[in-house]
Design a protein around this ligand. Structure first.
Ligand code: NAP
Length: 418
């Protein structure tokens, strides 16, 4: 193609020639003065396309996935992600979020060998110092102090025409999926995979009862499927019977409506007899509801946690002796009250977990490639609805499963570059 036909800026859905990177791009940008309600925090701007380093790839984004982390980024709380980066010397005073994507590789750095220009890929969101001696020696990069979530803790995420990633983040796009479905699952899926397969000896196994909070949400819909694949018996907790069918289709053996109980929140002080009795009664009834589903007095060997403050006392209470409560978030708050008597006498484990390493993300992606996991795409949005879908998520009014945004893909339903 003659050089004078190449443009500085391309419209959304108008792909530049393969391998040509225009100097400017459209992006959904968060700036500090706009921090607040997600629907007002994102705005479409034209910004310079980022340059890549030797271990990086530049990917033309076909679709982007929506996650809770950019609700937090939009709110500017609990962390001002822009302030945190400018404080350590980064020059951009804006945030381009987006920690999930499908797209086409347009450029690679000189050290990159795992992907080439033209490859159709999905990306996981784990970044770390790839030259960290501990990582090179085989340590789990999830424990590296350099670990960051791309598109939340880093800039240049997927809510833009081009995204800058470390090449190891790329994995093959499942060919049978549309761009939007392929963009929807990796962050929640790989996180759920590490939670259920990454903490031996509590790896999920055949026959295990697994209690899954938010069973119809992003993480929960992946956890139900992973537990089912392992031959376990997942039980979903949701906020309305309307969500039961969705969870059952994914493999839940039963569902609980959390609104039928009212003992949620922080654990009362153990010396306050009446409030403690109210909690214990509620938690026991919740545990009994689990047994009723199973038809036997069997408690969850694994409790899949992320609501945090409001639910963790109950999670620890209902977890089986020798079982594990594995937690990756505190959506309702960060204070974890644990009645230590149950923790030590019944020898339970409370395990933190955060995203996933390459092996775990690739292993999860293989399950999707093989058609064993449904990405559970609930709704697709236009690029200019980036704020709107994050607002729905903030208000817990989003559809069951996961959401995606069309970026480079001209329309829904495309599975490859046309
Ligand atoms: N550390 C990590 O690597 C990591 C990775 C992914 C996500 N996360 C975090 O995990 C959390 C959930 O993410 P997600 O993508 O699954 O979000 P999501 O799709 O919004 O699902 C969360 C579910 O939690 C349930 N929920 C809401 N309020 C609740 C409450 N008070 N008590 C019990 N359940 C409640 C909701 O289901 P019902 O209303 O039906 O109960 C909702 O569907 C977010 O905070 C996110 O930032 C962390």
């Amino acid at each position: 193609m003659a050089i004078n036909t190449l443009k500085e800026l391309y419209d959304l859905g108008e792909a530049p020639p393969l391998g040509y990177v225009p100097p400017r791009m459209h992006a959904q940008v968060i700036r500090q003065p706009r921090f607040g309600r997600p629907e007002g925090a994102f705005a479409r701007e034209v910004v310079p396309t980022p340059a890549i380093g030797p271990d990086e790839a530049l990917v033309y984004v076909m679709a982007a996935g929506v996650n809770y982390n950019n609700v937090w980024a939009a709110l500017g709380s609990p962390i001002d992600v822009i302030g945190a980066r400018t404080k350590v010397g980064e020059k951009e005073d804006f945030h381009i979020g987006g920690s999930d994507a499908s797209g086409i590789v347009y450029a690679v750095g000189e050290n990159v060998t795992n992907v080439r220009v033209g490859d159709e890929v999905v990306m996981h969101c784990g970044q770390w110092d790839v030259h960290d001696p501990d990582v090179l020696a085989g340590a789990d990069p999830m424990f590296s102090p350099s670990f960051k979530i791309w598109g939340y803790e880093t800039n240049w995420g997927s809510f833009a025409q081009f995204t800058k990633v470390q090449a190891h983040q790329c994995a093959p796009k499942p060919k049978h999926l549309t761009w939007e479905a392929a963009a929807a699952y990796m962050l929640v899926g790989a996180t759920a995979y590490r939670m259920l397969h990454g903490w031996p000896p509590h790896n999920v196994r055949e026959g295990d009862v697994v209690l899954v909070w938010g069973g119809a949400g992003g993480l929960g819909s992946m956890a139900i499927q992973l537990a089912k694949l392992a031959g376990a018996r997942p039980i979903a907790v949701v906020s309305s019977p309307d969500k039961y069918e969705f969870c059952r289709r994914l493999g839940a053996v039963g569902c609980l409506n959390r609104k039928a109980f009212d003992h949620w929140g922080r654990l009362p002080h153990w010396e306050d007899a009446d409030p403690m009795k109210t909690f214990s009664t509620g938690a026991r009834e919740f545990g009994k509801a689990i047994w009723d589903i199973l038809g036997e007095r069997k408690s969850p060997r694994i409790v899949f946690e992320h609501p945090g403050q409001d639910t963790i006392p109950t999670s620890v209470f209902v977890c089986d002796s020798g079982g594990m409560v594995v937690i990756c978030a505190g959506t309702t708050g960060y204070n974890a009250d644990v009645d230590l008597r149950y923790l030590w006498m019944r020898q339970k484990r409370l395990q933190g977990s955060h995203f996933a390493n390459d092996e775990q993300a690739y292993a999860f992606n293989d399950l999707v490639v093989d058609g064993k996991i449904d990405p559970c795409l609930g709704r697709v949005f236009r690029f200019d609805q980036t704020g709107e879908c994050h607002q729905l998520m903030h208000e817990n009014r989003h559809p069951d499963g996961n959401m995606a945004i069309l970026v480079g893909a001209k329309r829904e339903g495309m599975t490859t570059r046309e």
